[in-house]
Design a protein around this ligand. Structure first.
Ligand code: SF4
Ligand code: F3S
Ligand code: FES
Length: 253
C-alpha cells in the first residue's frame, strides 16, 4: 500500500476589496482662477494603491486637466513631492492603506515656491540655490592616468547619507524659515553642499563654506527638524546642516 499523501490544493485567497476614497485637491489654473480652490474627486482604490495612482485615475478617467509632475513612479526621480494631508511626501511612495480614508485625503502643491498650476510649482528658485553651492567635484589636480582617486571607507562614510538626495524639495518646502524668506538657501542646497564639502577628493570645501556663511546660509536654520521629517530618503538633514555649521566655524571640513 502506498504511503504517499495527496497534496491539498492551496486555499483560495480572499479577494482584495476595493473602496471609494475621496480626494480634495487644491486646483489652480492661472488662466481662469484668481485664487486656488479645492475640488473633490471620488476614486475607487485598493489598499496597496498609491496616491500617485489616484492622481492618474483622476486625470485619465475624470478630469484630464489635472496637472502634476511625475516620472519614475518609484521614489527615484524626486518629481512628485506634494503636501498630502498637510505633510510633504512623494505621491508615488504614499500608500492608501497608510492614510486615514474615513476622511477626505487633502492633496496640494508644496509650499514656499511659486504656484504654477494645480500641483506644480516653479522649481527654479530651488535649483538656483542648489547651483549656487557648487554641487560637483572640484579636485585641484588631475587624477594620475589610469588611477582612481583612492578614498577610505571612513572617508566615504562622512558624506554617505547626503549622497542619497533626489532633489525632491520636500525638505526645503517644509522649512518655516524658507516659507517666510524665500532667500534662505534651504536644507536641500545645504545637504548637497555637505555631500561635496566632506568628500576627501574635493578641494573647494572652503569656497562652499564661505558661500554658506552668508546671511542667507546655514545660520538661518533654526533647527526645526521639519526637513528631516519630510525627507523621503531618510536623510538626517538637520544633522547634515549642523555638521556644515561646525565646519563653517572651523573653516574647514
Ligand atoms: Fe528631497 Fe531629502 Fe534631498 Fe531634501 S534632502 S531634496 S527631502 S531627498
Ligand atoms: Fe528649516 Fe530644517 Fe533648519 S526645517 S529651520 S532647515 S532644521
Ligand atoms: Fe519619481 Fe515619485 S515619480 S519620485
Amino acid at each position: 500500500m502506498s504511503t504517499a499523501t495527496l497534496e491539498q490544493p492551496p486555499a483560495e485567497a480572499a479577494p482584495i476589496e476595493s473602496f471609494t476614497v475621496t480626494f480634495l485637491i487644491r486646483r489652480f489654473d492661472p488662466d481662469v482662477d484668481t485664487e486656488p480652490r479645492w475640488q473633490d474627486f471620488d476614486v475607487e482604490m485598493y489598499p496597496t494603491d498609491r496616491v500617485l495612482d489616484a492622481l492618474h485615475k483622476i486625470k485619465w478617467e475624470q478630469d484630464g486637466s489635472l496637472t502634476f509632475r511625475r516620472s519614475c513612479a518609484h521614489g527615484i526621480c524626486g518629481s512628485d513631492a506634494m503636501r498630502i494631508n498637510g505633510r510633504n511626501r512623494l505621491a508615488c511612495k504614499t500608500l492608501i492603506k497608510d492614510l486615514d480614508i474615513s476622511k477626505p485625503i487633502y492633496v496640494e502643491a508644496i509650499k514656499g515656491l511659486p504656484l504654477e498650476k494645480d500641483l506644480i510649482v516653479d522649481m527654479e528658485p530651488f535649483f538656483a540655490s542648489y547651483r549656487e553651492v557648487q554641487p560637483f567635484l572640484q579636485p585641484k589636480t588631475a587624477a594620475a592616468p589610469g588611477k582612481e582617486r583612492v578614498q577610505s571607507v571612513a572617508e566615504r562614510a562622512r558624506f554617505d547619507d547626503t549622497t542619497k538626495c533626489i532633489l525632491c524639495a520636500a525638505c526645503t518646502s517644509s522649512c518655516p524659515v524658507f516659507w517666510t524668506d524665500g532667500q534662505y538657501f534651504g536644507p536641500a542646497a545645504i545637504v548637497n553642499a555637505h555631500r561635496f564639502i566632506f568628500d576627501s577628493r574635493d578641494d573647494e570645501a572652503k569656497v562652499r563654506l564661505d558661500i554658506l556663511n552668508d546671511k542667507e546660509g546655514v545660520w538661518r536654520c533654526r533647527t526645526t527638524f521639519n526637513c528631516t521629517e519630510a525627507c523621503p530618503r531618510g536623510i538626517e538633514v538637520t544633522k547634515a546642516i549642523a555638521e556644515v555649521k561646525q565646519a563653517v566655524m572651523r573653516g574647514k571640513p
